[in-house]
Design a protein around this ligand. Structure first.
Ligand code: NAD
Length: 345
C-alpha cells in the first residue's frame, strides 16, 4: 500500500492542509465538500489556490455524479483534490482520482473511515460496484476534531457505529490476522468510551477526538483485513436499495454478530471485552441502547418484499472466510429480523 501521512490537529486543519498543498506544489485545487458543508469546513481552505468548489455530492457516488465531477476537474484544469466532509465527499474525490490520478488531501468530518482505504465505489442502475486502486488512497489525511462538533448527535452515533462495524467485520474478513485484530480491539475500546461521551456532550473536544482516533484505528484494521459478511450485506442494501450508509450499518451489525460470534470465539472475546459486555451481543445491545441507535430497516425505507432479491444478491458475495456457513434461509431470517427491528438471534 502506498504511503499516507496522517495529521491529528484539533483546530489546526487549515495549517495542515496548507502544508500538504504546498508539499504537492499544487496551484489549482478542486475542493469537494458536502452540500451541507459548514462555514468552518470552507475556512479550512482560506488563502489556498482554489480553482473550483464542488458540492454536487451524493451518497454511494452515482456514476452520473462522478462524471460531472470529473468533467469539472478537467474544465478547471485542477492539479490536486481536497475533500472536506463525510464519506460521500471522500468517495466523490476518489472517483475523480480514479480517472485522473490526481492526489487527494482528505479532511474527514464524519467517522466513515473511507479516507484510510484504497477502495472506491460507484453506483449505477441499482448496482454498487467497488474496487481497490492505490491512486484513490488520499496522500494525506487531516483529522481535526473541531470540524466534527457540528455533526448532529443521531448522525454522530450511527457514524460511530459504522466505524465500529469496520473493526468487528474485519475480525472475520479474508485477510484478518493478529495485527488487524489488535488494531480492531484498540479502536473498539476507544469508540465504546467515546460514543456515550459525544452523545452526552456533543461539542466536547475530548469525546470528539477519541471518536475520530477510534474510527481511524477501526478503518485501518478494516483496510488491511478486508470486507466480511456485514459489509457484503450493507453494500447490497446501500447500492441496490439506496439506504443511508451509516444507519444501515448500525441496524445490520447486531444481527451479523449474533450469527457469526458463536463460530468465532476470538472475535466474540474481543468484542465483549472492548464493549464491556458479558458477551459480544450483550455489549452491542448495551451500546446501541446507550446511543439510541436505529434498529429497523423498515424505518430506513427498506421494503419487506425486497428481501428475496437482496438475499440473492448477497449470497454469492459471502466470503469463504466467514466463520459460519450462511444459507439463503439464514440470510432471509437475518434481513427479516433487521427489517422488523427484532432482537438479534
Ligand atoms: P455522508 O458523507 O453522506 O454524510 C452524512 C451527512 O452528514 C451529509 O448530509 C453530510 O453533509 C453531513 N455532514 C458531514 N459532516 C458533517 C459535519 N461535521 N457537520 C454537519 N453535517 C455533516 O455519510 P458518511 O456516512 O460519512 O459516508 C457514507 C459514504 O461513504 C457512502 O457512500 C459509503 O459507501 C462511503 N464509504 C466508503 C468507504 C470506503 O472505504 N470506500 C468507507 C466508508 C464509507
Amino acid at each position: 500500500m502506498p504511503e499516507q501521512r496522517v495529521h491529528v490537529v484539533p483546530g489546526g486543519a487549515a495549517r495542515a492542509v496548507a502544508a500538504e498543498v504546498a508539499g504537492l506544489g499544487a496551484r489549482r485545487l478542486m475542493v469537494v465538500v458536502s452540500p451541507s458543508g459548514a462555514a468552518d469546513e470552507r475556512r479550512v481552505l482560506d488563502g489556498l489556490p482554489v480553482a473550483h468548489w464542488h458540492d454536487d455530492v451524493v451518497q454511494h457516488v452515482p456514476v452520473l455524479v462522478a462524471e460531472r465531477a470529473r468533467a469539472a476537474a478537467a474544465r478547471h484544469d485542477v492539479d490536486a483534490l481536497v475533500c472536506v466532509g463525510g464519506g460521500s465527499a471522500t468517495g466523490l474525490a476518489k472517483a475523480v482520482a480514479l480517472a485522473t490520478g490526481l492526489p487527494i488531501v482528505a479532511v474527514p468530518t464524519t467517522y466513515a473511515g473511507s479516507e484510510v482505504t484504497a477502495v472506491w465505489g460507484l453506483t449505477e442502475g441499482g448496482r454498487k460496484i467497488t474496487g481497490s486502486d492505490p491512486r484513490v488512497l488520499p496522500v494525506a489525511v487531516v483529522y481535526d476534531a473541531e470540524l466534527t462538533r457540528s455533526l448532529p448527535v443521531p448522525l454522530s452515533a450511527v457514524s460511530g457505529l459504522n466505524a465500529l462495524a469496520h473493526a468487528v467485520d474485519g475480525l472475520w474478513a479474508p485477510h484478518a490476522d493478529d495485527a488487524t485484530a489488535r488494531l480492531a480491539s484498540q479502536g473498539m475500546e476507544l469508540l465504546a468510551t467515546a460514543l456515550p461521551q459525544v452523545v452526552d456532550d456533543p461539542t466536547g473536544l475530548p469525546g470528539r477526538s477519541a471518536l475520530l482516533e477510534g474510527a481511524y484505528l477501526c478503518a485501518r484494521s478494516f483496510a488491511e483485513a478486508g470486507s466480511g459478511l456485514h459489509h457484503k450485506i450493507c453494500h447490497v442494501l446501500g447500492g441496490r436499495h439506496d439506504l443511508p450508509h451509516a444507519e444501515t450499518h448500525a441496524v445490520v451489525l447486531p444481527h451479523v454478530v449474533a450469527l457469526n460470534a458463536p463460530g468465532a470465539p476470538d472475535a466474540e472475546r474481543r468484542i465483549a471485552a472492548a464493549l464491556d459486555g458479558t458477551s459480544a451481543t450483550a455489549g452491542i445491545e448495551a451500546l446501541w441502547d446507550r446511543v439510541a441507535a436505529p434498529r429497523s430497516l423498515r424505518d430506513l425505507g427498506f421494503e419487506r418484499e425486497a428481501i428475496p432479491g437482496a438475499v440473492a444478491a448477497i449470497l454469492p458475495a459471502v466470503p469463504a472466510s466467514n466463520p459460519v456457513t450462511v444459507t439463503a434461509g439464514e440470510l432471509t431470517d437475518l434481513l427479516l429480523h433487521a427489517w422488523e427491528g427484532a432482537q438479534p438471534t
